[in-house]
Design a protein around this ligand. Structure first.
Ligand code: SF4
Length: 345
């Protein structure tokens, strides 16, 4: 458990918070959910920002707000339409949870509570997101601790401990984070710390000379921030998938929404060769390829275009269906499979 001896005086902590807050007021990025602050906009931005960078989610955020301006509009939308609007953001469980959550919140009467328990009981909301929504949108006194915040805290204290994983690091710094929280301006403080992590205190090459809190930071002053914190990473798993883009008479065989597909649920995908054909996939010859990364998995996909005479597997599940090529632009695909579809069309 960390506790910052050099930030233990309340006067020093106050100076730290003020420096951070004033920098944020001056330098914060102009982001759409900051222009008009509502609970709904904060919730959507926090869901989209889980595992996605700001620059990559901005176009999706704008499209989303146009299609679903509030909880009620989102609650009424069919799941396939919601998934279509999430295209490109990945990790589709977030969209599914956001949709489920909107159905609960659309019927909520009266102001939303700051209470963390209220938010934690909703689908897809963990301690970080609950604290972010409560503090940023409602002024609740709640501390946000994620990888970005841990990186800053570890550097402030020049923490040399090696952590097995980021969960352990979050636990280690939680109490120090709570002690440092600006209880008078919790939302601004949390957002400022997130902004500092995203724009100044980068994992690689932190811009210490531009940092508003360098005077309080041991690593920054000693020039040894890079490499802190030391967190063990999971070993990369390399996989190869062989996909079959099988077109017969203007229709392509796709794997659509079906039972037992919790990760991709309502999305369409190009099937893997061995899912639809009895014979093994080709391993020779040049096929177009595409690389995707999912957490610590490094997946190389090869795309084959078999001839119409191929024989289908006898065990084809009901989720495999023939879809006219003209219908593909309207169907929801995962980002990498949308790129395949565009290449093939
Ligand atoms: Fe991060 Fe450097 Fe600022 Fe310290 S001085 S908080 S290491 S950017």
């Amino acid at each position: 458990m960390a506790s910052f001896l050099h930030l233990s005086e309340e006067a020093t902590r106050k100076a730290f918070r003020t420096a951070l807050r004033e920098w944020f007021a001056r330098e914060q990025r102009d982001l759409p959910w900051r222009r008009e602050r509502t609970v709904y906009r904060t919730v959507v931005s926090e869901f989209m920002l889980q595992q996605t960078r700001v620059a990559s989610m901005l176009p999706s955020y704008a499209r989303w707000m146009e299609a679903f301006p509030d909880f009620s509009a989102l609650a009424k939308a069919p799941e396939e339409v919601v998934m279509k609007h999430w295209e490109g953001l990945g990790y589709y469980n977030r969209a599914r949870n956001l949709h489920r959550l909107s159905k609960i919140l659309a019927t909520h009467r009266g102001p939303f509570p700051k209470d963390l328990d209220f938010w934690l009981a909703l689908p897809g909301i963990g301690p970080y997101t609950a604290s972010a929504i409560s503090s940023i949108a409602l002024g609740g006194v709640a501390t946000c601790v994620d990888g970005n915040v841990v990186r800053i805290l570890a550097r402030l204290d020049a923490e040399e401990k090696t952590f097995t994983n980021s969960g352990e690091a979050v636990q280690f710094f939680r109490q120090a984070a709570e002690e440092l929280l600006d209880k008078e301006h919790p939302g601004v403080y949390n957002e400022a710390l997130m902004e500092l992590g995203a724009t100044v205190c980068h994992r690689r090459k932190p811009a210490c000379m531009l940092c508003p809190v360098r005077a309080f930071c041991r690593s920054g002053l000693e020039g040894k921030a890079e490499g802190i914190p030391a967190i063990g990473r999971k070993k990369t798993v390399r996989l190869e998938h062989r996909l079959a883009w099988w077109v017969v008479e203007g229709k392509v065989l796709l794997r659509g929404p079906g039972e037992g597909r919790s990760r991709l649920g309502t999305l369409y995908e190009i099937p893997r060769w061995e899912e639809i054909f009895a014979e093994p996939p080709p391993t020779e010859g040049k096929a177009p390829r595409q690389v995707r990364h999912i957490t610590h998995h490094h997946i190389t996909e090869y795309l084959y275009q078999p001839g119409a005479e191929k024989k289908l597997s006898d065990n084809l599940g009901p989720e495999f269906r023939w879809v006219p090529l003209s219908a593909l632009p309207e169907l929801p695909f995962s980002g990498p499979h949308r790129r395949w579809v565009e290449r093939c069309l």
